[in-house]
Write a protein that binds this ligand. Structure first.
Ligand code: HDE
Length: 694
């Protein structure tokens, strides 16, 4: 074979977007009516009884089926991720809007309409695999692009900055936020002494702590959160010219969050709230979508900002450098097997393709080491790239051999380069043949363990964040600080953190301190500059309306069937999901003697699991709900959590009975289930939450 005749010249951008799915098909094992066998393919005669000496005798070692089954079971677990252990994933595609050849030679960004298969995994950071979804935490937002030029992993978060500036502090930060080592308490919580002890000693955390205390840390849905690459990366064009780039994911449905009290309750009602939401949305065909955007900074402008582009505790305000949309991400297929796909997927910041390169951000540099290292222990050796979820759709040829769980049957004698016996194969590819060429950057300086003074300002952008928030967002941030610090047992930790906040804003420190009985010291807070409206959730409502919102219809026997049917039909038309919740599951008798199915009961559901509540009329039904403590609690909580509440006919009186003000924002009451009622109710639901309630 002549290597010169191999297909090595094309740009390999033409991978069909379902190529990954086609590749996975060979691995899928479909359930079928077949005989049970051992792993050696021997048919098993009895799977209920082990082989024993006499019916009451000891089990015999020679029962190879029993031993193989138990042994395999004993080895079912692999180490969970040190961080981001709990997650949910889905497949889909990325579609480029236009050619980005002006800044990058990445082939998957080269042509408008080009689709690349992807797998995305969303996660919490601190909790272990079995922890609840709705805890206060950063969310991981990792996307693996199976491009024709190899895999590109964009391993980001739902917040644009990070806790620390240098990767050498990462183990310290993670030890501090994880359960405390002596008693392994608390699980998946930042509200404890060690985290806040770390914070008070590491002021660079301040900006990120503002994000963590904001509603960004309690997303309503993975489908409703932004994603960020965090670091400044580098695009490189075909001529080798570099451009700094920050990556942004913007959800079509907008950015929406839960309220804190609600997250606490969901943790018990449905600890899988976020992963269930993602799964069900995709299952129902309500495919989530994000837009990928980039902030571009010319290399000559590296020092044009009053912060350092290499400092991961800083963001570039969108008002300063706009986000250029480059494509869309659509997640449209759930995995077949959680362990094989979502658990075994191995992301790595160093999985880049030609056209995408790194910068000297010391946090990013540390990650370039960590992710490969962590896969070796988690996935048991160097062949993890051969696991189906991790396999590129691009061809893989190299001289790497052997190792645990080697799946390839590499043929031939020569597994070294350069060789002549193997006719020189595989051959290296120059840039003209799609070879990855590292961007050339001049670097000089003394070897030194020291931060650049340009990383010194720890409070300026924390203040920018605070001053860019809506009033209700600030209220939530203050409440979150009070909660978290209130859970710290050590008094001087609380004092020191309040003092730290005095560097950000006097009012913030005063308000947090007021809830803790602490008077902040006098400090000169960071100067108040221009706010960045893009940072506020209030300015990211999205295009969704009430699409995929979950609405509970509270009903009992005697409910006005016409009300239920009319309202549910209209809300469903707008893309919402309506679910009747009754005192018991099963059919309810409506006032017109028709049956209304209640798939859920007040026993298993609570209002925190819904976005809005509708109570239809029907005197008998309303009377029953009035006497039901769970039903009253349902309404009171929905009101307290700022949700839209609709009531028609006799149900208006039920709201009053529950002390839900019928003239409050987002509470819609009407005598009839009229079109006008549904329109007003729909608008109230679309607003997501009514934080302006007193
Ligand atoms: Fe990670 N991080 N990280 N991280 N990270 C991991 O890799 C690490 C950081 C992020 O869904 C680990 O495969 C270091 C920033 C996500 O599988 C580990 C540092 C950002 C995920 C690791 C950081 C992230 C991880 C654990 C500081 C946002 C989950 C298991 C230098 C931009 C990916 C694994 C998934 C996972 C190390 C900081 C995001 C241990 C050393 C900043 C989304 O390698």
């Amino acid at each position: 074979m002549d290597p010169q005749n191999q297909d090595v010249t094309h740009r390999r951008s033409d991978t069909p977007h379902d190529a990954k799915d086609a590749q996975l098909e060979q691995y899928r094992v479909h359930p079928a009516a077949k005989h049970l066998t051992t792993n050696q393919g021997v048919r098993v005669d009895d799977d209920d009884n082990s082989l024993r000496a006499g019916v009451r005798g000891p089990t015999l070692l020679e029962d190879f089926h029993f031993r193989e089954k138990i042994t395999h079971f004993d080895h079912e677990r692999i180490p969970e991720r040190v961080v981001h252990a709990r997650g949910a994933g889905a497949y889909g595609f990325f579609e480029a809007y236009e050619s980005m050849a002006d800044v990058t030679c990445a082939a998957f960004l080269a042509e408008p309409g080009l689709r690349t298969p992807v797998f995305a995994r969303f996660s919490t950071v601190a909790g272990s695999r079995g922890s609840a979804d709705t805890v206060r935490d950063v969310r991981g937002f990792a996307v693996k692009f199976y491009t024709g030029e190899g895999n590109f992993d964009l391993v980001g978060n739902n917040m644009p900055v990070f806790f620390i500036q240098d990767g050498v502090k990462f183990p310290d930060f993670v030890h501090a936020v994880k359960p405390e080592p002596h008693n392994e308490i608390p699980q998946a919580q930042s509200a404890h002494d060690t985290l806040w002890d770390f914070v008070r000693n590491q002021p660079e955390t301040t900006h990120m702590m503002m994000w963590l205390m904001s509603d960004r840390a309690i997303p309503r849905s993975y489908r409703m959160m932004q994603g960020f690459g965090v670091h400044t990366f580098r695009f490189v064009d075909a001529a080798g010219r570099g451009t700094f780039v920050k990556f942004h994911w913007k959800p079509r449905l907008g950015v929406h969050s839960l309220v804190w009290d609600e997250t606490q309750k969901i943790g018990g009602l449905d600890p899988d709230f976020n992963r269930r939401d993602l799964w069900e949305a995709i299952d129902n065909g309500d495919v989530p979508e994000w837009e990928l955007g980039v902030q571009l900074v010319a290399q000559d402008d590296e020092h044009a900002f009053d912060f350092d582009l290499l400092d991961a505790t800083k963001l570039i305000p969108e008002e300063l450098v706009p986000v250029r949309p480059v494509g869309r991400l659509v997640l449209n297929r759930n995995p077949d097997n959680f362990f094989a796909e979502t658990e075994q997927v191995a992301f790595h910041t160093a999985h880049v393709v030609p056209g995408i390169d790194f910068t000297n951000d010391p946090l990013l540099q540390a990650r370039l080491f960590s992710y490969l290292d962590t896969q070796l222990i988690r996935l048991g050796g160097p062949n993890f790239a051969q696991i189906p979820i991790n396999r590129p759709v691009a061809d893989v040829h190299n001289n790497q051999r052997d190792g645990h769980h080697q799946m390839r049957l590499d043929r031939g004698r020569s597994s070294y380069s350069k060789n002549t016996l193997g006719r020189g194969c595989p051959i290296v590819a120059g840039p003209d043949h799609g070879g990855y060429e590292h961007h050339q950057e001049r670097v000089d300086g003394a070897k030194i363990k020291q931060r650049s003074p340009s990383f010194d300002d720890h409070f300026g952008q924390a203040a920018l964040f605070w001053h860019s928030m809506a009033d209700w967002e600030r209220d939530h941030i203050v409440a979150a600080f009070r909660f978290e610090l209130g859970k710290c047992d050590t008094h001087d930790i609380r004092e020191d953190v309040v003092a730290l906040l005095a560097n950000v804003d006097t009012d913030l420190a005063r308000r947090v301190g007021a809830g803790l009985g602490i008077t902040p010291p006098t400090r000169t807070p960071a100067p108040v500059g221009e706010p960045s409206p893009a940072l506020s959730i209030a300015n990211n409502p999205g295009e969704g309306g009430i699409h995929t919102r979950r609405i509970a219809i509270l009903a009992a026997d005697g409910v006005g069937g016409d009300h239920v049917r009319a309202v549910a039909a209209r809300l469903t038309e707008h893309g919402a999901t309506c679910e009747v919740v009754g005192p018991r599951q099963g059919p309810l008798r409506a006032s017109d003697d028709e049956e209304i199915e209640a798939p859920r009961s007040l026993l298993t559901m609570g209002s925190p699991l819904y976005d809005a509540v509708y109570v239809p009329g029907g005197a008998e039904s309303v009377q029953a709900l009035r006497g039901d403590a769970d039903a009253r609690e349902f309404l009171v909580q929905a009101y307290r959590h700022g949700k839209a509440i609709g009531a028609t006919g006799e149900a208006g009186a039920l709201l009053e009975h529950c002390a839900v003000p019928t003239d409050a924002p987002g509470v819609v009451v009407d005598a009839d289930a009229s079109a006008a009622f549904v329109d007003t109710f729909t608008t109230a639901i679309a607003a997501h939450r009514h934080y302006d309630r007193t």
